[in-house]
Design a protein around this ligand. Structure first.
Ligand code: BGC
Length: 254
């Protein structure tokens, strides 16, 4: 019960890594606001399940909209009694070779993957500052905050920006006892990788560039997020933790 008495908000918790984080946080004693956008069934089912042992709510909000983020944080405070932990997990990606990239794909990706982190962090951090008991903010970035990903320019641009947003906010919020860190997953078996998971040839290629030889699980990412959220990580801020089976260190000798 590493998060007993804490209130957490996890964005994009209706599927994949966010669902695993919200599930683990609930199991560790946190009250959880399960944010979703379009994955209502899984998010509401999770909130119902978590409510059996603690407190949880499911709240639909588009993280790229300030009004919706403000309403969601206000509801969390009102219904769960405060806000100690924020996990900026919501994210989207779409394959588009750069020369064919259109404005809408660029704008929507940056709106969710970057502006969403800005808005949720600012609104949550103001609440944490006013509460006066610190907090922990964890951004689920990606290995692509630093590692190239051809065909995904707006995703990479957003994740690279989240790397510096995290470093800057870590400094600015330290005075309020608020820690900010990134968790950078590599290839994890979630709906975002559906096409790859269904293609044996792509799976072989992928396994070949991951030193541990397999995709990760959402639960393996959630374990590291839990550490950063907990008081065990009380001296950790401004850092990126890679959870990638060694993918960013891959090299082949000849
Ligand atoms: C992306 C996945 C990709 C993985 C490794 C993640 O950030 O969302 O689509 O498989 O990085 O490249």
């Amino acid at each position: 019960m590493k998060l007993q008495g804490k209130v957490a908000l996890v964005t994009g918790a209706g599927s994949g890594i966010g669902l695993a984080i919200a599930t683990r946080f609930g199991a560790e004693g946190a009250s959880v606001c399960v944010n979703y956008y379009g994955h209502a069934d899984d998010a509401q089912a999770l909130a119902r399940k978590l409510s059996e042992s603690g407190r949880a709510i499911a709240v639909e909000a588009d993280v790229s909209r300030r009004d919706q983020v403000e309403d969601m944080v206000a509801r969390t405070v009102r219904e769960l009694g405060g806000l100690d932990l924020l996990v900026n997990n919501a994210g989207i990606e779409q394959y588009k070779p750069f020369l064919e990239l259109d404005d809408d794909t660029w704008d929507r990706t940056v709106a969710v993957d970057l502006r969403g982190v800005f808005l949720c962090t600012q609104v949550a951090a103001r609440t944490m500052r006013d509460q006066g008991k610190g907090g922990s903010i964890i951004n689920i970035s990606s290995i692509h905050e630093d590692y190239t990903f051809p065909g995904f320019a707006p995703y990479c641009a957003s994740k690279g920006a989240v790397r510096m947003l995290m470093r800057t906010t870590a400094l600015e919020l330290a005075a309020h006892g608020i820690r900010v860190n990134n968790v950078a997953p590599g290839a994890v078996a979630t709906p975002i990788n559906e096409a790859t998971l269904r293609d044996p040839r792509k799976m072989d290629l992928l396994r070949g560039i991951i030193p541990l030889g397999r995709m990760g699980t959402p639960e393996e990412v959630a374990a590291v997020v839990l550490f950063l959220a907990s008081d065990e990580a009380s001296y950790v801020t401004g850092a990126t933790y890679y959870v990638d089976g060694g993918m960013t260190r891959y090299a082949r000798s000849v």
